[in-house]
Design a protein around this ligand. Structure first.
Ligand code: NAG
Length: 233
């Protein structure tokens, strides 16, 4: 308890609410396995590239663009030995509110998601992904333990995301303009089953991104399903 208080007061003295200039760069979780840019999303072939470990990455530019890459394992309560894998990528613009909140508005046609459930299907589901995001606040500070700049995002309910560390500055990103204007070709390409190469042995990284909050994931999967249904209709 005393330690918690000490750490909290230490953070309170060294961390202030973030500004746009603080955000600029590419950030990644501890495993450093997930980095935004062409190594995660191959825009030419419209393909997500599976990282070796789970992780999260965000990039921000000085002129208001963001990109994000998520690779997470999703706990499977029916069969704990068999997590699902989910990859999500999107980019767009960001704004910072007067209250220090961070708002991400994706380019709707560009986002992609690959959901795989290897124990029930040999194919993954590849769809469009479009999710506006709001974070109540964020902080950028030096993390003395990792000797690196650290970004903490706090979600709408105030809970922190996994901490991210600065990987590149200037950021590693795909072009910030629209990559995939809607076309028949894109549509055909997207509405498909793919054979994912998720290696379940490797899926759970040191970041341990299996989320204990199962309800949150149920929500995310439901909205993913909604997205699929919407896309197919
Ligand atoms: C993308 O999401 C936003 C916010 O939820 C919504 O207003 C918009 O209609 C969506 N666009 C598409 C193409 O689904």
């Amino acid at each position: 308890m005393i330690v918690v208080y000490f750490v909290a007061s230490l953070l309170a003295t060294t961390v202030s609410a973030g500004s746009a200039a603080d955000l600029v760069g590419t950030w990644t979780t501890k495993s450093r396995a997930v980095i935004t840019g062409p190594g995660f999303y191959d825009a030419v072939n419209d393909k997500l590239i599976e990282p070796s470990l789970t992780g999260i990455s965000f990039s921000f530019t000085t002129d208001g663009h963001f990109e994000e890459a998520f690779y997470r394992a999703v706990a499977n309560p029916q069969n704990p030995a068999c997590p699902k894998g989910i990859m999500q990528w999107q980019h767009g613009t960001y704004t910072i509110g007067h209250d220090g909140s961070l708002h991400l508005t994706p380019i709707a046609v560009d986002g992609r998601q690959l959901l795989s459930d290897p124990c029930s299907s040999s194919t993954g589901t590849y769809t469009r992904y479009n999710q506006t995001e709001k974070y109540n606040s964020f902080t950028v500070a030096v993390d003395p333990y990792y000797d690196s700049m650290r970004l903490d995002l706090y979600s709408f309910d105030g809970s922190p995301m996994h901490p991210m560390y600065l990987a590149y500055k200037p950021p590693e990103m795909l072009p910030t303009t629209t990559l995939n204007p809607i076309s028949k070709k894109t549509k055909r390409h997207l509405d498909r089953k793919t054979k994912p190469s998720f290696d379940l042995g490797k899926l759970v990284s040191k970041d341990n991104l299996i989320d204990p909050n199962r309800l949150m994931w149920v929500g995310i999967i439901m909205s993913a399903m909604g997205g699929i249904a919407m896309f197919m209709s």
